[in-house]
Design a protein around this ligand. Structure first.
Ligand SMILES: Cc1cc2nc3c(=O)[nH]c(=O)nc-3n(C[C@H](O)[C@H](O)[C@H](O)COP(=O)(O)O)c2cc1C
Length: 379
């Protein structure tokens, strides 16, 4: 019988579905709800030591709807990391682990470029009993003036140094969360893995402008008449996320075998998850999907993934993890293979065309056709 249970970096997940950092993991009440509904893990909303510097605005979301206005295709947010007190968070981490010891609870942490701050936040969260860390190097908006989030994740040298600080004190697994707002995601990924992180997560949101209101001529979401670029997520980002997951998984196989990958971006169904796993993901995170459909969606996710596995005869996630990576090659190679196939088909057609039915014989090919039907007598 197929199973979704999986062990990643020594963490035992009931299933590979993990709440991605954001509103669905914003306090202990919702974290407990996620475990109750059956999520394999929860990555809490990103925390920092001094939340007084975090000031959110409203509205802070904007949605791109389908043509019939029934479905959310894309979602932009200009939300910052958690504005809740760090001490409260430590109490809540303890409370969540007390009630759901089997649930994998991962703290998402983010700090300025300051070794003491990174070491302090790491040590205090792990003392509170979390199972692992995700380092947020990827929030695309807000806090760049403090060189936090994507501003840090876009600089592989800085990212590597911060990962080394964290790895110096962490006693539990560490995943570095990558920003997609770079040209080559392999570069920051390699920096994090060189520094010793057990894994990476990808992707965070894509820097975006949702649109301009044609009545007011103001960009959305409009706050006090103005806006700022935000982070794009949901269904629309899945193809970009799959591409980046493929690139990271290829790098891991070549240069960092054994390291792990948490795939994120637009997952809404078990079939979406199967595609991320086929491209090398160990776990699957969902954030906006939970904001659209609620925590109960994990049951459909599990059912959908299991039914895919059963249809293909896969017993475990490892049976198909990364299977489809072998089918990527260069464009030049696609051209070479296609020309070779067409040449082979033409040759086969010519061979077949030599022997036609009597009704098809014609004057132009008469000699060739006669020849094709002849065998020379042995001398
Ligand atoms: C409203 C909102 C808030 C988010 N906040 C955080 C955050 O605090 N930390 C973080 O690492 N990612 C944050 N994210 C990014 C998500 O964890 C995820 O990487 C991204 O949204 C893509 O996945 P999705 O399409 O499943 O949402 C946030 C996303 C949304 C939509």
């Amino acid at each position: 019988m197929a199973t979704l249970a999986t062990t990643v970096d020594g963490l035992k997940f009931l299933n590979p579905f993990v709440i991605g950092s954001g509103p669905p993991g914003t306090n202990v009440k919702v974290i407990k709800r996620a475990f109750k509904e059956g999520w394999g893990g929860v990555i809490a909303k990103t925390v920092s030591l001094d939340p007084s510097k975090v000031v959110n605005v409203g509205p802070r979301y904007a949605k791109l709807m389908s043509a019939d206005n029934k479905e959310v295709i894309g979602w932009e947010n200009i939300e910052l990391i958690s504005d809740r007190s760090f001490d409260t968070w430590l109490d809540e981490f303890k409370a969540a682990k007390d009630e759901y010891p089997e649930g994998i609870l991962i703290a998402s942490i983010m700090e300025e470029f300051n070794k003491d701050a990174w070491c302090e936040i790491t040590e205090r969260c792990q003392d509170a009993g979390v199972d692992a860390f995700e380092l947020n190097f990827s929030c695309p908006h807000g806090l760049p003036e403090r060189k936090m989030g994507a501003a840090m994740g876009q600089n592989p040298a800085i990212l590597e140094e911060v990962c080394q600080w964290v790895m110096g004190v962490a006693k539990i697994p560490v995943w570095a969360k990558m920003t997609p707002n770079v040209t080559h995601i392999e570069e920051p990924t390699a920096a994090a893995l060189r520094a010793g992180c057990q894994g990476v997560s990808a992707i965070n949101t894509i820097r975006s402008v949702m649109g301009v209101n044609l009545e007011t001529l103001r960009p959305e979401p409009t706050v006090e008449g103005y806006s700022t670029p935000g982070g794009y997520s949901s269904k629309a980002v899945k193809p970009i996320a799959l591409r980046m997951v493929m690139e990271i998984a290829t790098l891991i196989r070549k240069e960092f075998p054994g390291r792990t990958l948490s795939g994120i971006g637009g997952v809404e169904t078990g079939a979406d998850a199967a595609q991320f796993i086929l491209l090398g993901a160990d776990t699957i995170q969902v954030c906006t999907g939970v904001m659209k459909f609620g925590y109960g969606m994990v049951k459909d996710l599990c059912e959908g993934l299991l039914s895919f596995m059963e249809s293909k005869g896969f017993e475990t996630l490892d049976d198909f993890k990364g299977h489809s990576l072998q089918y990527f090659t260069t464009h030049a190679e696609l051209v070479r293979m296609q020309l070779a196939r067409k040449a082979e088909e033409a040759a086969a057609k010519e061979r077949a065309g030599m022997v036609k039915s009597d009704a098809e014989w014609d004057g132009d090919d008469f000699v060739k056709q006669s020849n094709a039907l002849s065998r020379q007598a042995p001398s």
